[in-house]
Design a protein around this ligand. Structure first.
Ligand code: SF4
Length: 164
């Protein structure tokens, strides 16, 4: 029997989650030069001026990976706008990081994937999002908050960002 995942009080279709993982695998097949040095600048959104946006399936996977890695309350953003999944300069959910993190909006690492080379994958993520009842990608704070409603710290960080 296929194990169903839980999204708050709802069940989430494991096929949809598998489909998101497949998008991640398909992305790895697209050749691109990268020279990421692991500075994690792209994980400090106040430095880049850009925050990753996640579809619902991506957010589910990221949050599940966080819990698997030890979880705990997610912290509010700091002055650098650090990603809640960043710990001691490392991504704690690297294997399950969202699509935006994989396509590297960080200019130091080589800039983003050309949009035309990943457009079909973005469309697949959007399709999966709608199957899961989403209405488009959301910034990482809002997206993750769906799985951490009791986490008041994340809620406050998100509110601050939306006021900007
Ligand atoms: S999910 Fe990981 S790779 Fe993406 S911004 Fe957060 S810490 Fe960085």
């Amino acid at each position: 029997m296929t194990r169903r995942h839980r999204l708050q009080d709802q069940e989430i279709d494991p096929e949809a989650i598998n489909a998101v993982h497949q998008v991640y695998r398909d992305l790895e097949q697209i050749p691109i030069q990268r020279h990421c040095t692991g500075r994690a600048d792209c994980c400090r959104f106040a430095l880049t001026g850009q925050t990753p946006f996640l579809t619902r399936g991506e957010a589910f996977i990221a949050h599940a990976a966080w819990r698997k890695a030890g979880g705990g309350p997610l912290p509010p953003s700091d002055a650098q706008g650090s990603c809640p999944f960043l710990r001691q300069g490392r991504c704690r959910i690297h294997q399950d990081r969202p699509f935006a993190c994989r396509t590297h909006f960080c200019s130091a690492a080589g800039g983003p994937h050309p949009r035309k080379s990943v457009r079909h994958l973005i469309q697949q993520l959007e399709h999966i999002d709608s199957l899961l009842g989403g209405s488009g990608s959301e910034n990482i704070y809002t997206a993750i908050q769906r799985f951490s409603r009791k986490n008041k710290l994340i809620g406050r960080a998100d509110s601050r960002r939306r006021k900007k």
